[in-house]
Design a protein around this ligand. Structure first.
Ligand code: FES
Ligand SMILES: [Fe+2]
Length: 447
């Protein structure tokens, strides 16, 4: 594909698209180049992926001092490592001598970070501590590994490659109270599956932001959830059932100290570029008779975290540009996106259970995994079909359903806001909601 080479730092055209980029009609899908063009992909990397907070992985993946994993996308490689006193550090995986990468395994354990080229050795916080053969008029203190901002909330690790990262405080204040009872910081990874989805990362997000496709494409998911219903197609009978489930759940959850939910059908509005909302978390009920997003709705692993019993609905967390989590009383499923190019996205899906759960005794991957594995893979398939169609000369933008795709429109508005923000941190990602903002910090609703 060719490149449009849009000029960076430009303003915004009247249609909302950044100047120099193809115009979008509001309420309609983006023009083809946003999904295929290498120049726009570069802007995505520079203005979104290198400016915002990215989900890296789980704190429970690096429980011991010296445990690490890498996060790699585009030209970047970042070491996320557990240092002394439990601190989590994120360090560029680039030696300060002649630039070799230092860690070559995707995950591992180190007492020191030793460059494989000439063995410059760094402490777990990135300080250079040994450099055999170097002259004495240089000072080791001048050559630490370059740091990347890192924050942990409720067992979830986020990193930001920006020189001046946007504030994470509003996200931590939103996600922490809702997610903490899940006990993701006291969990273990039961399984992780890696995918390469041959679709632009925005195609994957747009799919995540609507359940218009659910009835036909997700026969398992729609058995467990209400969010495939929308304002235009929720029968009175279903509204009554939802209202009863919600009011019962709210009362139970409030007494257990869990955040309540909302009563409207459809997906909770997210994101909201105008209010700087790139994060949200909520708890929502499953249908009657289901306590877990498993194939038959039954519990498939021991209770996680602080849950008093299995009736806790489902916890939903999502952060742009690369993370969502669906958690039941007994297991949690995290999804992380990383861009591989204009038409490919690396996706990792983790299944987590309580830290002391034992495979074979307390859970079986054969019952733990299929619900979200099937649903995820159904999504990847329809994303790839869409990407294939978008590449065609016949593709032209189409209209969104205002009933069912309002969150896709919200995502595209957020995306264009970030893209048009120039070299500075996108305002949508830098801003925090006002304290008295009507925006729900624990935004409620399905998905
Ligand atoms: S490049 Fe790392 S020690 Fe030389
Ligand atoms: Fe889906």
């Amino acid at each position: 594909m060719g490149s449009l080479n849009p000029l960076p730092g430009g303003g915004r055209s009247p249609d909302g698209a950044p100047c120099g980029l193809p115009a979008r009609r509001p309420g309609w899908t983006l023009p083809q180049p946003y999904f295929t063009d290498t120049g726009i992909y570069r802007l995505d990397i520079e203005r979104i992926w290198k400016q915002g907070w990215l989900f890296a992985g789980h704190a429970c993946e690096i429980p011991q001092t010296g445990d690490y994993f890498l996060v790699e996308f585009d030209t970047e490689s970042v070491i996320v490592i557990r240092g002394a006193q439990g601190a989590i550090h994120a360090l560029h995986n680039v030696c300060r001598h002649r630039g070799s990468v230092i860690c070559t395994e995707r995950e591992g354990h180190a007492t020191r970070l030793v460059c494989p080229y000439h063995q410059w050795s760094y402490d777990l916080d990135g300080r250079l501590v040994a450099w055999r053969g170097m002259q004495s008029d240089l000072d080791k203190a001048d050559f630490p590994l370059n740091r990347v901002a890192a924050r942990e909330v409720a067992g979830l690790i986020f990193i930001c490659l920006a020189g001046s990262p946007p504030s994470f405080d509003a996200a931590a204040a939103c996600l922490g109270p809702v997610a903490r009872p899940q006990g993701l910081d006291r969990a273990r990874v039961a399984r992780a599956v890696d995918y390469v989805v041959h679709a632009n990362w925005k195609v994957v997000w747009e799919n995540n932001r609507e359940c218009y496709h659910c009835n036909v494409n997700h026969p398992q998911y729609t058995q467990a959830n209400f969010d495939h219903y929308n304002a235009d197609d929720t029968p009175p009978r279903v509204r009554e059932v939802m209202a009863a489930v919600v009011s019962r759940s709210e009362a139970r959850w409030a007494s257990a100290g869990l955040a309540p939910t909302r009563t409207d059908p459809g997906m909770t509005p997210f994101p909201d570029a105008a209010r700087g909302i790139w994060f949200s978390a909520n708890r929502t009920p499953l249908v009657d008779g289901w306590v877990s997003e498993s194939m038959d709705g039954r519990q498939v692993a021991p209770l996680m975290g602080d849950y008093p019993d299995a009736d806790v609905g489902t916890l939903r967390v999502r952060t742009l540009p690369n993370f969502w989590n669906h958690s039941s009383c007994d297991h949690a499923v995290s999804t992380r996106l990383l861009p591989l190019g204009p038409e490919a996205t690396a996706v990792r899906v983790w299944w987590l259970v309580a830290a002391d759960a034992v495979e074979g005794r307390d859970y079986d991957p054969a019952t733990l995994m299929p619900f979200w594995q099937l649903t995820s893979e159904q999504d990847w398939l329809i994303c790839e079909r869409q990407q294939k169609g978008i590449r065609s000369s016949a593709y032209q933008p189409g209209p969104y359903s205002t009933f069912k795709e309002y969150n896709v429109e919200a995502f595209v508005a957020w995306y264009l806001t970030c893209l048009g923000a120039g070299a500075e941190a996108p305002p949508a990602m830098a801003a925090a909601p006002d304290d008295d903002s009507p925006v729900p910090l624990q935004s409620a609703g399905p998905r």
